[in-house]
Design a protein around this ligand. Structure first.
Ligand SMILES: NC(=O)c1ccc[n+]([C@@H]2O[C@H](COP(=O)([O-])OP(=O)(O)OC[C@H]3O[C@@H](n4cnc5c(N)ncnc54)[C@H](OP(=O)(O)O)[C@@H]3O)[C@@H](O)[C@H]2O)c1
Length: 316
């Protein structure tokens, strides 16, 4: 598996398995299959996905079986918005470590640059997320600065609970601000990236600051948005056509594109054949001409837009 060196010196596998909305009884099998049968070395988790306990049972099984060793696997998790207060960060990280059956995380990300009050409902496995909105439908936020949260995350590195820290969904101005006080520089910005939302300026900016980038929703999240009326990226004619040139599926073209851009990529699947298919992306290369065709597909189309949940125009 190809790896990219983070600003910590750690080598992170470019391809990981996404686990958002991976359901009970499916996510554990998916993780086990990815690690033992499809040569994945990287898992992308988050406490808010509320499936870390099942993933943890699979990780334990895989490590105890001797099929894979902990040190070969790169595991990311994320701090949810309810846990941004100084005193909550370590508790949240330890809860994730307990659920995942791990002593340390390879990477811990601040999931969003926004804090909200604690909400016990977020801890209920697979329950519907009920975030508190005010009478006008706006998310109720909590008065915690990103600086307070970041400093608490820096403590996790000192304690050895996490090997690297980073952010997700950060815009360039948020990063510029963070970099003014960060004693531990963010190793990662995990953002939505695919041919319909290429964010090339943000990717270049992160790279210029030695912050690695992970592409989330690299397939356009068809399970969540396939019936939304938005265009379905895995059915895009150009992508399908390019796939045919290489005898590869649209998903494989999209994953390969992310890798050739120098980003990590974390396609989610609980379907064993697709997990395997998504890993078979290291035996072909997109040509310059194909890359140019894909570049022309950019249309600033964001699938994961918190405006629809929070009425906060996070990305404008
Ligand atoms: N930091 C953040 O705020 C954030 C936000 C969103 C996502 N993420 C991370 O990024 C990961 C990936 O993003 P995502 O889950 O939104 O979407 P995605 O990976 O773009 O798409 C996942 C969907 O594509 C389907 N799929 C997988 N492989 C396929 C293939 N070869 N052909 C056709 N369809 C395929 C999956 O179905 P099946 O599972 O049914 O096979 C699932 O419905 C997440 O799981 C999560 O780990 C992070």
């Amino acid at each position: 598996m190809d790896r990219i060196t983070l600003n910590t010196g750690a080598k992170m596998p470019v391809l990981g398995l996404g686990t958002w909305k991976s359901k009970p009884d499916a996510v554990g099998k998916a993780v086990e299959y990815a690690l033992c049968d499809a040569s994945y070395d990287h898992m992308d988790c988050a406490s808010i996905y509320r499936n870390e306990d099942e993933i943890g049972r699979s990780l334990k099984k895989v490590f105890e079986s001797g099929k894979r060793k902990r040190e070969e696997i790169f595991i990311t998790s994320k701090l949810w918005n309810t846990d941004h207060k100084k005193n909550a960060v370590k508790i949240a990280c330890e809860a994730t470590l307990t659920d995942l059956n791990l002593d340390y995380l390879d990477l811990y990300l601040m999931h969003w640059g926004i804090a909200i009050p604690p909400n016990e409902k977020n801890r209920e496995p697979y329950g519907r997320l009920e975030e508190q909105l005010d009478e006008n439908g706006y998310l109720i936020t909590e008065e915690v600065t990103v600086m307070e949260t970041w400093e608490a995350m820096e403590e996790l590195v000192k304690l050895g609970l996490v090997r690297a820290i980073g952010v997700a969904n950060f815009t360039a101005p948020q990063l510029v601000d963070l970099l003014t006080y960060a004693k531990v520089r963010p190793a990662m910005n995990q953002i939505e990236l695919h041919p319909y939302l290429q964010q090339s300026r943000l990717v270049e900016f992160c790279k210029s600051q030695n912050i690695a980038v992970t592409a989330y929703s690299p397939l356009g999240s068809p399970g969540n948005y396939g019936e939304s009326g938005l265009p379905v990226l895995v059915e895009d004619e150009t992508i399908v056509e390019i796939g045919k040139n290489h005898s590869k599926s649209p998903a494989q073209v999209l994953i390969r594109w992310a890798i050739q851009r120098g980003t990590m990529v974390i396609p989610k699947s609980v379907t064993l054949e697709r997990i395997k298919e998504n890993s078979e992306v290291f035996d072909f290369e997109l040509s310059r001409d194909e890359l140019e065709k894909i570049a022309s597909l950019d249309r600033n189309l964001r699938f994961v837009d918190p405006y629809s949940w929070w009425k906060i125009p996070y990305f404008g």
